[in-house]
Design a protein around this ligand. Structure first.
Ligand code: DGL
Length: 274
């Protein structure tokens, strides 16, 4: 059969962060089918080394290749920052990351740009480089690593007073710089948008790279002749996680509005057995 317009798009993250990209796919191209993988057994990625992240990403991409996906969206900034350039030449399907679409969107609207991201993403300076390049050096960037956010979000503690206090601490240095734009440099963080919005002045623009990577995916599928053809029917999503499927299903239902059916998958096992 091979890859064709009816093939699914692969979307992955370390956990529920990638749902912010999945929801954008539902909004912008609801006719496409998706295979979603959350590496919940190994979350968080943000405290890991580049070597570990590249290994995990290759395992996941090998599995997606076996599923005959027509494209992969890395719904994970940490993977996009540390692994995208390494793995892209190794596969024969397009692989999209969040950093460039996010940086380009930010420089369209702001000059004093704050980025919240994982420690690994901040240390890579991927957003710093991409924003400076996209703005031809005209924008200023300040990045803050937020290692406490992903575990809190994976525990569903979105409106917990402790989470709000942590968010205030992370945003303080960006407020001191009088940022005009904030980039969610981790796909988990838009889940905190309601509390972050409350802490920032209303004039600060929020940029969610999920919106822009999905726009890029839509365009690229069309250019490659791989969009699902008219007449469109709603796409299907299959969910897989490496950790506990029930826990993921419960948490994900907050954002999906229904409890998804989730299967367990261990990527390295799949690789060894395939
Ligand atoms: N949501 C991912 C990101 O965008 C990974 C976060 C993590 O696992 O630390 O960076």
């Amino acid at each position: 059969m091979g890859r064709n317009p009816e093939s699914p798009i692969g979307v992955f993250d370390s956990g529920v962060g990638g749902l912010t990209v999945l929801l954008e796919i539902y909004r912008q191209m609801p006719w496409e089918s998706v295979i979603y993988f959350g590496d919940t057994d190994r979350v968080p990625y943000g405290n890991r080394t580049a070597g570990e992240i590249i290994t995990f990403v290759q395992e996941i991409l090998d599995w997606f290749a076996a599923q005959q996906v027509k494209m992969v969206i890395m719904a994970c900034n940490t993977s996009s920052a540390l692994a995208l350039e390494v793995v892209r030449p190794l596969y024969d399907f397009p692989i999209l990351g969040l950093i460039l679409p996010g940086a380009r969107a930010a420089v369209q609207v702001g000059k004093r740009i704050g980025v919240l991201a994982t420690t690994a993403t901040v240390n890579s300076n991927a957003y710093g480089d991409a924003i400076l390049e996209s703005s031809q050096g005209k924008a200023q960037v300040w990045q803050v690593a937020c290692p406490e956010f992903v575990p809190l979000i994976e525990q569903g503690r979105i409106f917990d007073p402790y989470t709000i206090a942590v968010a205030r601490t992370y945003l303080r240095p960006l407020l001191a710089r009088r940022i005009d734009t904030l980039v969610f440099g981790c796909t988990h963080y838009p889940h905190l948008a309601p509390i972050i919005r409350e802490i920032l002045p209303p004039s600060v623009r929020l940029v969610d790279p999920a919106v822009f990577v999905t726009q890029a995916a839509l365009q690229e599928l069309s250019l490659l002749g791989l969009s699902r053809p008219y007449p469109y029917h709603p796409g299907q999503t299959s969910f897989y996680v490496s950790g506990c499927p029930e826990q993921f299903a419960q948490l994900a239902s907050r954002w999906l509005g229904e409890i998804p059916i989730v299967a367990k998958l261990v990527p390295s096992t799949v690789r060894l057995s395939s």
